[in-house]
Design a protein around this ligand. Structure first.
Ligand code: MG
Ligand code: MG
Length: 249
């Protein structure tokens, strides 16, 4: 069942979204060679708590940290730990914040120092696919219009679209209906209406989109070892078009 949000719900989600955008920006300022992913997690958790909010990921399904840190061939759900970031790495930071009963969810892949041309292209194309896809989040459009636009951009660049993880509805819960795939046919699927709020999150691989979960039961990596990127925004569908809730003012 898809829960339609009121204007007041969206106001609360806008606040949770901005807190999350600030958190990810703060983490981004600390991303440099030598920092450990655990330090990044601590920075995020401290900021979220100081704002009187709750990190939604912590304890979700048993996840042990406040953010996911996925490095290089790790696509999503990397667990923060002792790993030190190295020059040339890329690291995807994914996090969620709950405030006043509503959640936000956002992700961004960062460069660690100077990165290769291929990695730069991967980050650019993944973010572009998110922004182009979310521009389709209009009342009257279909879910497939978003999915198709994302897939089109990623595959035109020669990259892979992860199939077995998707975006999702979001609100009082981190994950709600509907699923928001990053591939599909335009003009197909659910009709979008004002008051829907969805997390759109392309996960993109340099090589094959095929992936597996490591023995820690969380970290999802590419099967071929190629690098991956992940960008995500929480987006409200309003009468006048998509509103990104997880952005800085
Ligand atoms: Mg996320
Ligand atoms: Mg999400």
């Amino acid at each position: 069942m898809i829960e339609i949000k009121t204007d007041n719900d969206i106001k609360k989600m806008r606040y949770a979204g901005r807190l999350l955008a600030e958190t990810i920006a703060l983490v981004g300022e600390h991303i440099k060679p030598g920092v450990t992913t655990r330090e990044l997690d601590e920075i995020a958790e401290r900021y979220i708590h100081k704002a009187g909010a709750r990190p939604c990921f912590k304890g979700y399904g048993g996840f042990p940290a406040s953010i996911c840190c996925s490095v290089n061939d790790e696509i999503i759900h990397g667990i923060p730990g002792d790993r030190e970031l190295l020059p040339g790495d890329i690291v995807s930071i994914d996090a969620g914040v709950e405030k006043d009963g509503f959640c936000s969810d956002s992700a961004k892949t960062f460069a660690v120092g100077e990165i290769s041309a291929e990695n730069k292209k991967l980050l650019t194309v993944t973010e572009e696919s998110l922004m182009e896809g979310l521009a389709q989040a209009l009342p009257g459009n279909r879910l497939g219009d978003i999915s198709h636009r994302i897939q089109e951009i990623i595959e035109a660049a020669g990259f892979g679209v992860v199939r077995n993880y998707t975006g999702h509805g979001i609100g009082r819960n981190l994950h709600e209906d509907p699923d928001v795939p990053n591939y599909g046919a335009a003009g197909r699927g659910l009709r979008l209406t004002k008051g829907m709020v969805i997390a759109i999150e392309p996960m993109v691989t340099v090589g094959s989109h095929k992936n597996k979960t490591l023995s820690d039961d969380w970290t999802v990596v590419t099967l071929d070892g190629s690098n991956a990127a992940h960008f995500e925004h929480t987006v409200a569908i309003t009468a006048s078009g998509p509103e990104i809730l997880t952005k800085l003012d």
